[in-house]
Design a protein. Structure first.
Length: 275
C-alpha cells in the first residue's frame, strides 16, 4: 500500500500495489465514503486497515463498476459493519449475475477468493442503487454526488463528485491502455468528452488506476479512442473476415486492439438485434 494522497479538502486516494487500484476516501463529519474495495479479502483487509488508520467514522462503500478489483473486497467491509454499498443498477446486476465468473482472474494474488473458500470470500452485491438520476449521499457537512454518464468502460460506470474532486473509476486509466473487454467504445469516447467538460468544476480528477489526471489527458484519451474506433470500423468493413489486420495501425497494444475490434463487432450486432 502507498500512503494516502490528499486530493482536495477531506478527499484522499490510496494506491494498492498489485493492481495500482485507486481506492478513494471522502471524509464527512458524520461518516466516510470508501470508493472501491480491492480484489479479495487480503487486499480488502489492507484497504480497510488503511482506512481505519485515517478515520474511525462509520463507513459507506461505493463500487465504481463490476470488475473484480473494484468490488471483491466488499465482504471485508460488510464484516466490519458496513451496510450501505452503492453502485449503478447495471453494475449491481452484473455482480449478481456474473461476479463468480471473475474469480479466476485473481489467481495467486487472492487464492482464497479464486477458490471461493475461506473467510470473506462471498460476493456482496451493492444494495444502494443509482439509476439515471444523480444521487447525493450526505456524509455530514459534505455531500458526495453519485452519477452516471452512460456506457463506456462497462455499462455501469459510476462517477463520484465532491466540491473539489471527481473519482471516475476505470473510465480513465493513467499509465496503461484502456481495457475494452466489457466496453462500448463508440459511446466511451463521448463519455470521456463529457468528463473533460466537467473539469472546470473539480480541482482533481482521480482515475481508477494511475496518477491524478488533467482535462487535457482525458481529451487526448477521447480523441485517441475516436481515431481508433474509426480505424477499426474501416478495417471491419474492408476486411470483414480478418479485421485484425488493423492491429498494427491502432494506437493500443495488440491485446487491447483485438478487444476493441471484438467489442465493436459485438456492440454493433447487439444494436442490430435490439427491438
Amino acid at each position: 500500500m502507498s500512503d494516502w494522497l490528499e486530493v482536495g479538502a477531506n478527499n484522499f486516494v490510496l494506491i494498492t500495489e498489485e493492481s495500482r487500484l485507486n481506492t478513494g476516501l471522502i471524509l464527512g463529519s458524520a461518516r466516510a465514503m470508501v470508493i472501491d474495495t480491492g480484489c479479495g479479502p487480503r487486499q480488502g483487509r489492507e484497504i480497510l486497515s488503511a482506512v481505519k488508520d485515517k478515520t474511525d467514522l462509520p463507513l459507506v462503500v461505493v463500487n465504481t463498476h463490476a470488475h473484480y478489483d473494484h468490488f471483491f473486497g466488499n465482504a471485508v467491509f460488510a464484516e466490519a459493519g458496513v451496510t450501505e454499498f452503492w453502485a449503478h443498477k447495471n453494475c449491481a446486476k452484473d455482480i449478481d449475475e456474473r461476479g463468480d465468473l471473475q474469480r479466476r482472474y485473481v489467481g495467486t494474488i487472492e487464492p482464497e477468493m479464486s477458490a471461493g473458500v475461506g473467510a470473506e470470500v462471498e460476493l456482496l452485491v451493492p444494495n444502494a442503487i443509482v439509476k439515471d438520476q444523480p444521487v447525493l449521499v450526505d456524509l455530514g457537512g459534505l455531500a458526495a454526488t453519485l452519477f452516471y454518464l452512460g456506457r463506456g468502460h462497462t455499462d455501469g460506470d459510476l462517477l463520484i463528485g465532491t466540491p473539489t474532486t471527481l473519482y471516475v473509476g476505470d473510465l480513465v486509466e493513467q499509465g496503461a491502455h484502456p481495457s475494452f473487454e466489457d466496453s462500448y467504445p463508440e459511446e466511451w469516447a463521448g463519455v470521456l468528452r463529457h468528463i473533460s467538460a466537467l473539469r472546470h468544476r473539480y480541482e482533481f480528477l482521480i482515475p481508477g488506476h494511475g496518477k491524478p489526471c488533467s482535462d487535457q489527458f482525458v481529451r487526448t484519451m477521447a480523441d485517441t479512442m475516436t481515431t481508433a474506433v474509426r480505424q477499426a470500423r474501416q478495417s471491419i468493413r474492408e476486411t470483414p473476415n480478418d479485421a485484425t489486420k488493423a492491429i498494427p495501425v491502432l494506437p493500443y497494444g495488440p491485446e487491447q486492439s483485438r478487444w476493441l475490434i471484438k467489442r465493436l463487432r459485438e456492440t454493433k450486432l447487439n444494436s442490430e438485434e435490439a427491438p
